[in-house]
Structures are given as C-alpha cells and as structure tokens.
Design a protein around this ligand. Structure first.
Ligand code: RB5
Length: 151
C-alpha cells in the first residue's frame, strides 16, 4: 500500500517508529513531516495528508499529534476522508470493519511503541466489512454533499 504519514512536533518520535513499521511491512511511505525542530500547527499537516487521501494519490493516511484528536478533526473536513483516532487494537479493527477508515490518527503522548505496532498492523490488514455499513457510509457522503453547499 502507499501510505502518507504526518505529525506535528508532539508526534515526531512516534512518526519515525511508524515509518519503520510501514517500511518493514513493504509499504511505500510518503512522509510529509513536520521536519522542523520547533512547534507546528497540526491542521497544516492534517491538510497535506488528507488532501492526498481525498485525491486518491495514496491508499491510506496516518496522522500523529499529542492526542490524535486535532488531526482527526482537521482531516475529516476533506470530502471522502474518514479519519479515526484509535487507541487500541479493537478501535483500529472496528474503524476498518465498520467505518472503512482511510486515515488512522494516533496519540504521540499516550501510546507506547509496542502497542502502536499492533494498532498499525491491525489497521492496515483489516478489510472493510461492507453490507449494512456501506449504506451508512453512503449517508455520510450525502451529509458531506448537502452541508458542503451551506458553506
Ligand atoms: C499541540 O500542543 C497539541 O494541541 C496537538 O499535538 C494535538 O494534541 C491536538 O489535538
């Protein structure tokens, strides 16, 4: 898979670890940074990864900030992006099975490297279940279309 990854300053060391996990798994990595030493604003990074996912230039995205929450909020502003903050293997698995999440958001502050390895590998290998969940995703798509016009 081709996977875009980005983090703010709070996710730099976890991002390095996740890049390693992805490369070990044979995935192609597009790393958008941050490459600066100082603080950066997470929406800038979320926008870069979410744009690549929305345009289907990559298969999936991974975003890391202090909590994973700001990244998810920002990435979900892009049509077609379904970004899910996951804190364990179960949320990672369900975000794929039920929500067909295409962006995984991780906390750089709260997750250890061994747990992250399990989360990332589970998230990458789990397929969307389809069926009744497809109807629900279609409804999300409709919300995007209808509410986008209000802006
Ligand atoms: C940055 O201080 C912090 O707010 C950010 O990394 C993230 O946790 C936001 O949701």
């Amino acid at each position: 898979m081709k996977v875009a990854i980005g983090s703010d300053h709070r996710g730099i060391s976890l991002r390095r670890k996740v890049v390693e996990i992805l490369r070990q798994g044979g995935h192609e990595v597009v790393d958008v940074g941050t490459f600066s030493d100082g603080p950066c604003d997470y929406p800038d990074i979320a926008g870069q990864v979410a744009r690549l996912v929305a345009r289907r230039e990559v298969d999936r995205g991974i975003l890391i900030c202090g909590t994973g929450l700001g990244m998810a909020i920002a990435a979900n502003k892009f049509p077609g992006v379904r970004a899910a903050p996951c804190h364990d293997e179960l949320t990672a698995e369900l975000s794929r099975l039920h929500n067909d999440a295409n962006v995984l958001c991780l906390s750089g502050d709260m997750l250890g490297p061994r747990l992250v390895e399990r989360i990332v590998n589970t998230w990458l290998k789990t397929e969307f279940e389809g069926g009744r969940h497809l109807v629900r995703l279609q409804k999300i798509r409709e919300l995007e279309c209808r509410n986008g016009k209000l802006l």
